[in-house]
Design a protein around this ligand. Structure first.
Ligand code: C2E
Ligand code: CA
Ligand code: CA
Length: 362
């Protein structure tokens, strides 16, 4: 057996005469188990996680470079699947890795080339049609590929560490736009900014946010941060501390994609959060799937009794809206109201809604 460090945090393990894939899986599991064992460094107990990709000779390649490339592809799949996973190479992975690598390369240049922009999606109170908040969503206009969806590039930005710079830009750009909107409208909806798990882990996050807001003379009450349920629960104690530091400064916090992760209800009660966002996957089939209907109404009830605001995501039809409203959810975000809009279109939307609203009342 040979173990070699290929660079960074990547290692290659060569097992000869391993037999079949079953034996390789056993070895992979054992290695992951050993790596996971806690160890002490300067008095701190630490744990490491690992992801393993496996390629087998001769099926997955007959030379070293093909075998390592394919093991690498499998490792990316394992990483995407979450911590502590291993994956065997399959042919579909090859093309997805090529794509991943080329996006990664382009992503590095996207920021300096000015290829990102923000769009805003209203969150509307069903009872009076007021736009109470809006969510800032990032768009990447790739020079050749066109729009690359955030579901595709945010995870790459996360694993490469680029999210730190991109995330800073998102906060800057949101503030710049808020201060621009202020020239036209005196009262604005709060702007909700997504924080990725990686960003949320940064020690300097709160100070950085405060510095950016100060640059644009934007008040903490003008923005809100969304963090996914999964990211929040990852390390509940440190989440608690980070969230407290944000709320102490006056920021609102929303738990995103609520219902898709595993929340501890006792944490949920203790976290200083202001709102939950009911995930789109429940709203989507609320009319047809009794389970989704039951989960949605349970989450709405829970939020209401914990005194948390609840926003339903992905509301596309009047039926969905009416069902959710009847269950006690008043704030909706979805195509029924509007798709995410570019800054100037969003400003027009706000002006129209307000105008339409007052003329309706008169
Ligand atoms: P998310 O935070 O859950 O954002 C909501 C997504 O649902 C957005 O997709 C939005 O366009 C979409 N959506 C809203 N209403 C409807 C609807 O009625 N029907 C349908 N089919 N879709 C609807 P988008 O903009 O593609 O973003 C996808 C995900 O990418 C986001 O999910 C978020 O996790 C991530 N993301 C987007 N922008 C950012 C960002 O600036 N920072 C971070 N960290 N993540 C972002
Ligand atoms: Ca969000
Ligand atoms: Ca969401």
């Amino acid at each position: 057996d040979t173990v070699a460090r290929m660079g960074g945090d990547e290692f290659t393990i060569l097992l000869s005469n391993i037999g079949g894939s079953d034996a390789a899986a056993v070895v992979a599991k054992n290695i992951m188990k050993q790596i996971m064992l806690p160890f002490t460094l300067h008095g701190e107990e630490l744990r490491l996680g690992s992801s393993i990709g496996i390629s087998l000779y001769p099926d997955d390649g007959t030379n070293f470079s093909t075998l390592t490339r394919h093991a690498d592809a499998a490792m990316y799949e394992a990483k995407d699947a979450g911590r502590g996973q291993y994956r065997f190479f399959s042919n579909e992975m090859d093309s997805s890795v090529h794509e991943h690598l080329s996006l990664e390369r382009d992503l590095r240049r996207a920021l300096e080339n000015g290829e990102f922009y923000l769009v805003f999606q209203p969150q509307v109170n069903v009872h009076d049609n007021r736009v109470v908040h809006c969510e800032a969503l990032t768009r990447w206009k790739h020079p050749e590929r066109g729009l690359v969806p955030p579901d595709k590039f945010i995870p790459i930005a996360e694993t490469t560490g680029l999210i730190s710079e991109i995330g800073d830009w998102i906060i800057h750009e949101s503030c710049r736009i808020i201060s621009h909107w202020r020239d036209t409208l005196t009262t604005l909806p709060t702007v909700s900014i997504n924080l990725s798990a990686q960003q949320f882990r940064q020690e300097s996050l709160v100070d950085k946010i405060l510095a950016i807001l100060a640059d644009y003379n934007v008040d903490a009450t003008a923005v809100e941060f969304e963090i996914t349920e999964t990211a929040a629960m990852e390390n509940a104690e440190s989440t608690m501390e980070r969230l407290s530091r944000l709320t102490e400064k006056g920021f609102s916090i929303a738990i995103d994609d609520f219902g898709t992760g595993y929340s501890s209800l006792s944490y949920l009660k203790r976290f200083p959060v202001n709102k939950l966002k009911l995930d789109r996957s429940f709203v989507m089939d609320i009319q047809t799937d009794p389970n989704d209907a039951a989960i949605s109404s349970a989450i709405i009830q829970m939020a209401n009794s914990l005194g948390l605001e609840i926003v339903a995501e992905g509301v596309e039809t009047v039926e969905q809206r009416d069902f959710l409203a009847a269950k006690g959810c008043s704030i909706m975000q979805g195509y029924l109201y509007s798709k995410p809009l570019e800054s100037s279109d969003f400003l027009d939307y706000l002006i129209n809604i307000r105008y339409g609203h007052t003329s309706e009342q008169n």
